[in-house]
Design a protein around this ligand. Structure first.
Ligand SMILES: [Fe+2]
Length: 109
């Protein structure tokens, strides 16, 4: 996702500290909207593991908030980037793929 890519770019340029706070603020807002949209879609598509997926979202949201605070406090943009790559992209690449066949059916009807 583009926020993570630009964050990566700024860290490589040695300007990670500058963009750490605004990046994480953007990401927290984006995460909330993304999860809400996704949960709505999964419900409409009749995804059977909706509750399990919602629980994953809650955990990921909490981790995002915790890591945001910690990395800002420690002024450690690399910590935030590592988390985003491992957890955020991991969730999208593994968990979100599970509901896509259901949503595909929904958009066909
Ligand atoms: Fe998800």
């Amino acid at each position: 996702m583009s926020t993570i890519n630009s964050f990566h770019y700024f860290i490589q340029e040695g300007r990670g500290d500058e963009v750490l706070e605004p990046t994480l603020a953007t990401l927290e807002n984006y995460t909330k909207i993304h999860f809400a949209t996704e949960e709505d879609l999964m419900q409409r598509a009749g995804f059977p593991d909706l509750e399990k997926h919602k629980a994953l979202h809650r955990t990921l949201m909490k981790k995002t908030t915790d890591i945001s605070r910690e990395s800002i406090y420690l002024k450690d943009p690399d910590m935030a980037l590592k988390f985003l790559k491992e957890w955020w992209l991991g969730h999208i690449n593994v968990e979100d793929r599970k509901y896509s066949p259901y949503v595909r059916k929904l958009t066909k009807t």
